[in-house]
Design a protein around this ligand. Structure first.
Ligand code: ZN
Length: 246
């Protein structure tokens, strides 16, 4: 299958070929390749380099984003006395995205489920392998965007978590959505706050991630939000478990 993978990847942009080399094992690479083949304008969506992140962090666009986040946090605290909204304000680096892809159990499961059929497809029709990969539907979908394609990689998405003092009461663990976000009402209460701000759209619904909101800059010098022609389930769950943790 490595030969089929190499041939299918040879038509992808240089940044994709480079990151494929950082992904552990052929099954995870094939699963990631599927996302790259479906991604449309990969270059426009590609995660920023460290230099690009540093430049962004010195820009007015970054100040505007931080102000929008601070507003959401203040409004949430005001409406929910005793609770605060935690948000990681950093742009998620490509290295971090690769680490998570390599360690995430939902990615491992989806890659494993794809492996046998992919080997057959490669053996049956090597020339059609790229088209086969592109058409494959992982069930259930991995709850991470392929490295380089996360909206967090351009500061276009943020994950919000609910704290009570030092205690995390609603985090980014997909396995705890019903218990921590739905039953407790935090999903609704966060959505009510976010609905008051023109800067945020969400939350992500496929897959369900009540903590993940898209950031929409108001100013023209801010990075453009690139419409996604092939909406891809994009979970940002952190950590190495199926649903992530923390
Ligand atoms: Zn997210």
């Amino acid at each position: 299958m490595e030969t089929c993978l190499a041939r299918a990847a040879s038509a992808t942009p240089a940044e994709v070929q480079s990151v494929l080399g950082d992904i552990d094992g052929v099954p995870r690479r094939v699963l990631a390749l599927r996302s790259y083949l479906r991604a449309g304008d990969v270059a426009a969506r590609w995660s920023w380099t460290d230099d690009e992140i540093a430049a962004y962090e010195r820009s007015p666009a970054h100040e505007e984003a931080m102000a929008a986040l601070a507003w959401a946090q203040a409004r949430f605290a005001e409406r929910n006395p005793g609770f605060t909204l935690y948000v990681n304000t950093r742009v998620r680096s490509l290295d971090t995205q690769v680490q998570r892809w390599n360690g995430n159990a939902s990615v491992a499961a989806a890659a494993q489920a794809m492996q046998g059929p992919a080997e057959s497809a490669c053996a049956d029709d090597p020339d059609g392998f790229a088209a086969w990969v592109k058409a494959w539907r992982p069930v259930p979908p991995p709850n991470l965007a392929a490295p380089g394609l996360s909206a967090h990689g351009q500061g276009r998405a943020f994950d919000f978590q609910v704290m009570e003092g030092e205690v995390l009461v609603a985090g980014t663990d997909a396995r705890r959505i019903d218990v921590d976000w739905i039953a407790t009402g935090w999903a609704r209460r966060l959505a009510e706050v976010m609905a008051e701000s023109p800067a945020f759209k969400g939350p992500l619904t496929r897959p369900s991630e009540p903590w993940h909101y898209i950031y929409v800059p108001a100013s023209n010098d801010a990075p453009a939000v690139v419409p996604d022609p092939n909406p891809e389930p994009e979970s940002e769950s952190q950590g190495t478990s199926a649903g992530g943790s923390a």
